[in-house]
Design a protein around this ligand. Structure first.
Ligand SMILES: NC(=O)c1ccc[n+]([C@@H]2O[C@H](COP(=O)([O-])OP(=O)(O)OC[C@H]3O[C@@H](n4cnc5c(N)ncnc54)[C@H](O)[C@@H]3O)[C@@H](O)[C@H]2O)c1
Ligand SMILES: O=C(O)C[C@H](O)C(=O)O
Length: 319
């Protein structure tokens, strides 16, 4: 029951760690980050955040130990590792603009993690998400069922939150599915969206639903525009929910970035699809029926992710 979060001195990583601790199912969360030098001073952000968070335990009432470190030896025998290390985008940037820097970071931290936890499960959060999941898979050499990316839970949460607001209905009663890459080509699926089992299309006018679908696709950018950097509360909560599903063997069904090898007619690509998540990672990739238009949107999204993946492969060749 040990989880490691890398990049945990930063916004998303520290939020993932805290959300896991507050759920109180893990024995320990190891928070890894690099040290930061400023003049003659050296700072340890993940140690500081871990200590601050651990000091909430008597108030919030959790037992999960939070330990900050810069040493991968402390991550030994982690059951699940979450990678949030990397730079976030700024206004005017796309997630793909982070490719070169973040692929180097994700590759190197994955290798460190695997050295100390050769049988772990990896959840990638760093962007561009689908390609960073591919990088972690290649660098770890783990079975593809043990490497996945977090995006779909976040994107569906946004979609559900917007619908809840529009319909003035509890977000808890909205169920939805969204597939594809974690970019502006993602595919929210109104046909698979219900309010307590009632198809959402019966409750909302088409133009309003279309506007919510469009807002969801640009949901990450909306936050970047407001804050100058990207989101962390909802991403952190989403990654923690995946960790919990795996560690407690909950068999939850979530959209996650999983490696497709023929599913949905797509090969050798990480892409958001519904999966069953529990012990061991992805137990099953669920193939839902898509109509012609939905399959076309998914194919377009896969094409966009593949073009970023090709760019990454070219960077590797040029190295
Ligand atoms: N998948 C998603 O839905 C989603 C959501 C939000 C953010 N993100 C992505 O998550 C990443 C982190 O975002 P953030 O807002 O937390 O950024 P941040 O700058 O607050 O934190 C990133 C942390 O990574 C650390 N880091 C960098 N190189 C490292 C290395 N080699 N080893 C260990 N730690 C290292 C940095 O020191 C920093 O503390 C970004 O790439 C962002 O785009 C993805
Ligand atoms: O938008 C970003 O760059 C961060 C993240 O992918 C998000 O969707 O919030």
């Amino acid at each position: 029951m040990k989880v490691t979060v890398v990049g945990a001195g930063g916004n998303v990583g520290s939020t993932v760690a805290f959300a896991i601790a507050e759920r109180d199912f893990a024995k320990e969360v190891v928070m890894v980050d690099i040290e930061k030098k400023e003049g003659d001073k050296t700072f340890y952000p993940s140690k500081g955040r871990a200590l601050d968070q651990w000091e909430t335990s008597p108030i919030s009432g959790f037992d999960t130990r939070l330990n900050g470190t810069v040493d991968y030896e402390d991550t030994k025998d982690s059951d699940v590792c979450v990678i949030t290390a990397g730079i976030p985008r700024r206004p005017g940037m796309s997630r793909d603009d982070l490719l070169e820097i973040n692929s180097n970071i994700v590759e190197s931290v994955t290798k460190e993690l695997i050295k100390h936890s050769p049988d772990t499960i990896i959840i990638v959060v760093s962007n561009p998400l689908d390609v960073m999941s591919y990088v972690a898979h290649t660098a770890s050499k783990l079975d593809s069922k043990k490497v996945m990316g977090m995006a779909g839970i976040l994107d569906t949460a946004r979609y559900r939150a917007f619908l809840a607001q529009e319909l003035d209905i509890s977000p808890k009663d909205i169920q939805a599915l969204l597939m594809g890459g974690h970019g502006d080509t993602m595919v929210p699926l109104p046909r698979y969206t219900t309010v307590a089992g009632i198809p959402v299309t019966q409750l909302i006018e088409k133009d309003k639903l279309d506007a919510i679908v469009e807002r969801t696709k640009k949901g990450g950018g909306e936050i970047v525009g407001l804050m100058g950097t990207s989101a962390w509360y909802a991403p952190g909560a989403a990654a923690a929910q995946m960790v919990e599903a795996i560690m407690l063997d909950q068999n939850r069904v979530f959209p996650v970035a999983a490696k497709l090898d023929g599913e949905y007619g797509i090969n050798d690509l990480f892409l958001g699809v519904p999966v069953k998540l529990g012990h061991g990672g992805i137990k099953e990739i669920i193939e839902v029926d898509l109509n012609e238009e939905e399959q076309h949107l998914l194919d377009s999204s896969a094409k966009a992710v593949r073009s970023t993946l090709d760019e990454f492969k070219k960077l590797m060749e040029d190295k």
